[in-house]
Design a protein around this ligand. Structure first.
Ligand SMILES: C[S@@+](CC[C@H](N)C(=O)[O-])C[C@H]1O[C@@H](n2cnc3c(N)ncnc32)[C@H](O)[C@@H]1O
Length: 254
């Protein structure tokens, strides 16, 4: 595991203990509702994934960097077979905790998504990849692995952060009284910033912005075709007054 990946993994363990919004596992009530209602999962902070995105999807689902007990349990409640790959141990523990409590089988694997995935070719029908690739430096190997482990006719749903977020200091994003001043050249590379002397903080860890070319072009380069796309925002973000802050795509492996 690369050093920055190991740092981020420990940081996510700590965030899991603090129960930030991306680490709160489904409750029993939510699991019961998921069994009865339509599929409601998110890839980005606010919008739920359109129901049409699930039509025609087979049963074998990979939750990529989606540990924590959110998307996985919803899919399991709807009868999908779920495997979760995440590199934070506590995020996987939450995932297992829900599975044991609700008595469904699932696979939770600790692995780094920048490395070859521990799965055979064409193992899955659907990949669910919520916002997480801001924690890795180079997207292409990950998109290529997604393509490899997906079956033909399978789908990949992915969310990511609008790179423009990284142009501004967190203080300005979090506080409407602080002017939004462009401070960082894009693509932002947290690892290089730390090497140049920037402070490394457990509040953010190592983060990376990616160009639209790396996000969308990278999926196409891996072999996917894009079927659909939406943008999203998040509450209480100063920049959100001016632009969308997140994006999500549905890609298919023909
Ligand atoms: C924003 S959370 C998304 C998870 C969550 N289930 C949700 O509610 O959408 C990002 C996840 O990416 C994982 N992650 C970060 N870097 C990773 C890497 N290199 N390999 C695998 N997982 C990674 C973190 O551990 C964390 O669980």
């Amino acid at each position: 595991m690369r050093d920055y990946v190991a740092y981020n993994s420990q940081m996510w363990d700590a965030w899991n203990e603090e129960r930030n919004p991306w680490t709160r596992p489904l409750t029993t009530e939510q699991f019961q509702r998921a069994k009865e209602g339509p599929i409601e999962i998110i890839l980005t902070p606010m919008k739920t994934v359109p129901l049409s995105w699930f039509s025609g999807a087979g049963r074998d689902v990979l939750g990529l960097a989606s540990g924590g007990g959110q998307q996985g349990p919803v899919m399991a409640a709807r009868g999908y077979r779920v495997a979760i790959l995440d590199n934070a141990m506590r995020q996987l523990q939450s995932e297992r905790m829900v599975a044991e409590r609700e008595r469904y089988p699932m696979l939770a694997l600790q692995a780094d998504m920048t490395q070859p995935f521990p799965f055979k070719d064409e193992s899955f029908d659907l990949i669910i990849h919520p916002v997480a690739n801001c924690y890795i430096e180079d997207l292409q190997p990950t998109w290529n692995e997604c393509y490899r482990v997906l079956r033909h006719g399978g789908f990949m749903m992915a969310g990511w952060a609008n790179p423009i977020i990284y142009m501004f200091d967190d203080g300005a994003l979090e506080n409407r009284d602080v002017p939004l001043v462009a401070r960082h050249k894009l693509p932002y590379n947290g690892r290089k910033e730390v090497e140049k002397g920037a402070e490394l903080s457990q509040d953010t860890g190592y983060q990376f912005s990616h160009t639209w070319e790396a996000q969308i072009g990278g999926q196409l380069k891996a072999g996917f075709l894009l079927k659909d796309f939406y943008e999203d925002t998040e509450p209480d973000n100063h920049l959100g007054d001016y632009t969308s802050l997140y994006a999500a795509s549905l890609a298919v492996k023909l």
